[in-house]
Design a protein around this ligand. Structure first.
Ligand SMILES: NCC(=O)CCC(=O)O
Length: 332
């Protein structure tokens, strides 16, 4: 766009900022509760609300409490909730079989939410890390994360989540060929309406630290994830990954983390025009919530500003731990 500008004083751009009404008229971007997917941490037990120290205001919830939280979130106008299980260490194995157990925590929570709040879109996570004894998203053989055997396991995990009633499956593993394999399996098994929101551009980031505490994976992870997650300096690679996943049958794509990667969000939306989401991850949340708690920044203001930035960059929506707090503010 080439802005055509009259010379000053014919042009006084401050005229457009003079009152709240005029500012509202010319606002380019809006933020609303329907822009959010709310990630929640699920644990076993009943009546459990367990705070996560590195994520002030975020708790691990037992299934009954997740159902209550989902009901409240939906009433606030948040259309979707995303489940992350805190897996009991005794259930983590080398074969990751708990990942496709029809009665695992994630599947139980999905069934319970779909029974209580059927209109809400339940999103689930596909990757082996919550169930893997070594904390990796794929199987490890001789120190190498193997691709194709992992994809076979991801298919089993996906089908068990679809059977439980998940509306949106989020493959976060970054293996090659998994979107095509999952799409084919969903079609073949009568789950043609299940959506795939691919974690297409997922970076090997330091911003995931608090999440790994939240799901109990910090101690488990051996080494790093650099052979499957992206180098933070790469942008063309992100476009290739997104193009590939869309061509294999992804309905929506995600960029993760969010705030440090707004250029990737913008480029992805401009290049593909597909429904594009960003994940404002745990470290981003912790920085804003932690600084807000200490009074170093105005926490609410920075929260909304950060979420608006995703929309301005071109995202259709944001996965954010702030979803209920932000929705409450936006609803007034
Ligand atoms: N697969 C989901 C994540 O890795 C979330 C990361 C975060 O919130 O830090």
């Amino acid at each position: 766009m080439q802005p055509s500008l009259a010379p000053y004083p014919a042009l006084r751009l401050r005229r457009l900022r003079r009152t709240p009404a005029i500012r509202a008229l010319v606002a380019e971007t809006t933020l609303q509760p329907s822009d959010f997917i709310w990630p929640v941490f699920v644990r076993d037990g009943e009546g459990m609300v367990e705070p996560i120290a590195s994520m002030p205001g975020v708790n691990r919830l037992s299934v009954d409490r997740v159902v209550e939280a989902a009901r409240e979130a939906y009433a606030l106008g948040i259309p979707s909730i995303c489940l992350f299980p805190y897996t009991d260490p005794s259930l983590k194995t080398e074969d990751c079989a708990e990942a496709w157990n029809p009665d695992n925590l994630s599947n139980r929570a999905t069934r319970a939410i779909k029974a209580a709040v059927p209109e809400m879109a339940v999103m689930t996570d596909v990757a082996l890390d919550p169930y893997n004894i070594n904390g990796h998203d794929g199987f490890v053989e001789d120190g190498v994360i193997v691709n194709d055997r992992t994809v076979e396991a991801l298919v089993k995990q996906t089908l068990s989540q679809a059977e439980a009633g998940a509306d949106i499956i989020g493959p976060s593993d970054m293996m090659d060929g998994r979107i095509g394999a999952l799409r084919n399996a969903l079609e073949a098994e009568g789950h043609q309406d299940v959506l795939l929101l691919s974690y297409a551009a997922k970076y090997a980031s330091g911003f995931y630290g608090p999440f790994r505490d939240a799901v109990g994976a910090s101690g488990a992870l051996k080494g790093d994830k650099k052979t499957y997650q992206q180098d933070p300096g790469n942008s063309d690679e992100a476009m290739r990954l997104i193009a590939r996943d869309l061509s294999e049958g992804a309905d929506m794509v995600m960029v993760k983390p969010g705030m440090p990667y707004l250029d990737i969000c913008h480029r992805a939306k401009a290049m593909f025009g597909a429904p594009t989401f960003a994940y404002q991850v745990s470290g981003e949340y912790a920085m804003i919530a932690g600084a807000g708690e200490r009074g170093w920044v105005d926490g609410e203001k920075v929260m909304l500003e950060s979420l608006m930035a995703f929309k301005r960059a071109g995202c259709d929506g944001v996965l954010t731990y702030f979803a209920p707090a932000a929705a409450r503010l936006l609803n007034g």
